[in-house]
Ligand binder design. Structure first.
Ligand code: XIL
Length: 383
């Protein structure tokens, strides 16, 4: 694992920027990008300008995953979401486990609540996720077989996508379907969908989603794309291969979702292969979304100021790299407040200290990560 030095040029740069008057040296885009990528975020952004407004100035959407429970029971949390976000995605309410209590029934109560909340607050609404190997209902494994899996999936997509047609910005049609460790020659995950329908479950899902809502931005969402590692390389390569083949046959894939669950102490994030991958995706005419960003801090020092700065630096460097691509249309974090982050359960710290992966702390105060996101949005080239 190589360690890339991060130089702190930021002070001179932003002090001059803050001064606003002095003539800054005119830098070509690659130099200014390189400087910005190496620059540390400064705690100078006024929180009076919400993230959604900073994003909108650049033609971007900015928001978060939310749950009905947190929005309806926590007024401070709700206020921050309403103030900062112009796009939101249900963290769990549009997943099979929540939507399908039995093979023949649907429960839309929580998803409808969130869809209405988004409309009421003039936010775009994302759907997540139609095909995923996780969070399947308890009846799924014993009920689904090669005879009923395809009609079950087609009915689900027609019903769910049809219900929110015209109210949805984008759907994660497939989620985490590439998994090279399963050692298939096509790199696909050995999921219940693959086992019961076959490798064409991806094409079937995209075509069905396009039929049910021709306006939604149909997204292929993936994890572990961001690192310079053998897993990262393999996932990016397999994804590009499938995209080339499927797009050549007119399969309606319109965007790629970069989950961006980053690991705080990893130095191999957003390197040259990842940058090249973003260019290749853009050259295919696809849009890009950062769909689930957070920074897991289980290996970072316990000291909060040190930890927060490392997290803010990575938010800033990663987003600056990604936002260089004008095909990027949205940035979402996987939650707004550390107190509700899934990483507390799935990636806890050995020292049991509370995790700090998100833009707001447990008291709903903006953290240095908020500032880093604000600065990356402010510095992004307009779309
Ligand atoms: C997670 C949720 O945050 C948890 O609350 C739930 O228990 C498990 O799923 N990739 C995804 C998300 O695509 O749907 C996952 O969300 C996190 C990883």
């Amino acid at each position: 694992m190589t360690t890339r030095g991060v130089t702190r040029r930021g002070f001179i740069w932003s002090a001059a920027a803050a001064a606003g008057s002095c003539a800054l040296p005119v830098l070509d885009s690659s130099t200014s990008l390189r400087l910005r990528q190496n620059e540390a975020p400064q705690n100078s952004r006024s929180t009076n300008v919400p993230l959604k407004d900073r994003a909108a100035r650049r033609g971007l959407l900015c928001g978060s995953a939310v749950t009905q429970t947190h929005l309806s029971h926590d007024s401070a949390f709700q206020a921050a979401v309403a103030a900062q976000c112009n796009i939101m995605v249900p963290e769990v309410e549009l997943k099979w486990e929540r939507l399908r209590p039995t093979p023949d029934t649907y429960n839309f109560s929580s998803a409808d609540w969130l869809s209405n909340y988004a409309q009421h607050h003039h936010m775009k609404f994302r759907g997540h996720a139609l095909v995923w190997h996780e969070e399947l209902p308890s009846w799924f494994a014993s009920y689904v077989n090669p005879q009923n899996a395809k009609p079950l999936l087609l009915d689900h997509i027609a019903t769910v996508v049809g219900r929110y047609a015209g109210k949805i910005h984008s759907w994660d049609v497939v989620n985490e379907v590439i998994w090279p460790p399963d050692k298939r020659s096509d790199g696909l995950r050995d999921s219940p969908w693959l086992r019961n329908i076959g490798a064409d479950h991806i094409e079937i899902a995209f075509r069905a989603a396009a039929k049910a809502d021709p306006l939604a931005l149909l997204t292929w969402n993936e994890n572990w794309l961001e690192e310079e590692s053998s897993l990262g390389d393999a996932k990016r390569t397999f994804l590009l291969q499938h995209l080339k083949e499927l797009l050549s046959r007119g399969v309606p894939i319109q965007a790629i979702g970069l989950e961006s669950h980053l690991i705080g102490d990893h130095k191999n994030i957003a390197g040259p292969h990842f940058k090249e991958f973003l260019s290749q995706i853009s050259d295919m005419g696809l849009k890009i979304l950062v769909t689930e960003m957070d920074i897991r801090d289980f290996n970072l020092p316990n000291d909060i100021a040190t930890r927060d700065q490392a997290i803010a630096d990575l938010y800033y460097r990663y987003l600056t790299t990604v936002l260089e691509h004008k095909t990027v249309v949205a940035v979402l974090t996987w939650g707004m407040s550390n107190k509700y982050s899934w990483t507390a359960t799935f990636n806890p710290r050995a020292d049991h200290a509370p995790v700090r992966p998100l833009p707001y702390d447990a008291d709903m105060n903006p953290s240095p990560a908020w500032n880093a996101i604000a600065q990356a949005l402010d510095n992004a080239p307009p779309r």
